[in-house]
Design a protein around this ligand. Sequence first.
Ligand code: C2E
Ligand code: MG
Ligand code: MG
Ligand code: MG
Length: 286
Amino acid sequence: FVKQNGRGSFSFYFEDLNIDAKRVILLDREIRKAIENREFTLSFQPKIDVVHNTIVGLEALVRWQNKELGFVSPGEFIPYAEETGLIIPLSEIIIEKACEELAILRAAGYRDIPIAINISSIHFGQSNFLESLQKILEKYNTAPHNFELEVTERTVMNSDEETVRKFVRLKKAGFKLSIDDFGTGYSSLSYLVRFPLDYLKIDRSFIQHIALLDEKQAVVDAIIQMAHRLKMKVIAEGVENIQQLNLLRKMGCDYLQGYYYSKPVPMAELIDFLQIWEVEHQGRIE
Ligand code: C2E
Ligand code: MG
Ligand code: MG
Ligand code: MG
């Protein structure tokens, strides 16, 4: 997109750029401003214990509504933030917002529901990762046991003793640890034994056609059995219908998450959801 003009010099033609390149330029400009102005918000999706019909946690998912770009999905801007290093200040904003929202949740009377935060492998890889978390939590006068950290398989793949030690330190500090999108990487469960994980989240792609495909059922069933042997609880992502729910419950899956129960929603709406849930399930909130 650099053009040579008649006099042998180069100039920049924005109009000639293809749509993708224009989008990246806009995205870059807008995300930097958005970080400056803390334009990001969080939505929350409940995690349901299917045996006791209780809400055992909430996952925080970042949302970005921008004047120029409209709604930008985290699937687009998180990878961009990771490529550019902007993920570090962005992650700090997300964790601070999670602390603020936790205070709202507790003020509404829900004192024992932890919030799960998605952690970028880039942020996790910083040598001061634990310290940066602790600093934010102290600022908001809250403790690690109120949080779960979701890291993807990618974060633990090909990882050395240093990474294992980091997990152990986080666990000792009081954070609950989850492996997210399980099944999309290439790690085996036996490999995961080295990490002190509390939860294993089965990726949505395995849940999607589970009611129709016997092979998917066999894989999910095997993951659940093995995770339980390794003392991990299993969460199914992307549960959208009653057929999936019934199958997963029969297989002994501990917790479910998905549109069947609720889309990710702002905290005020989530609190409404919790109140309705309590009424419908005789006030049994864990
Ligand atoms: P994830 O952590 O695996 O989050 C689950 C994604 O599935 C979310 O998409 C959620 O809205 C969506 N989902 C939940 N239930 C259903 C369902 O029943 N059906 C379908 N079709 N989708 C469902 P979202 O919010 O667009 O996030 C996409 C990914 O972006 C996340 O995957 C996570 O990897 C990343 N992400 C989101 N928020 C954050 C964040 O705060 N920090 C970081 N580092 N990454 C984030
Ligand atoms: Mg997640
Ligand atoms: Mg996931
Ligand atoms: Mg996923």
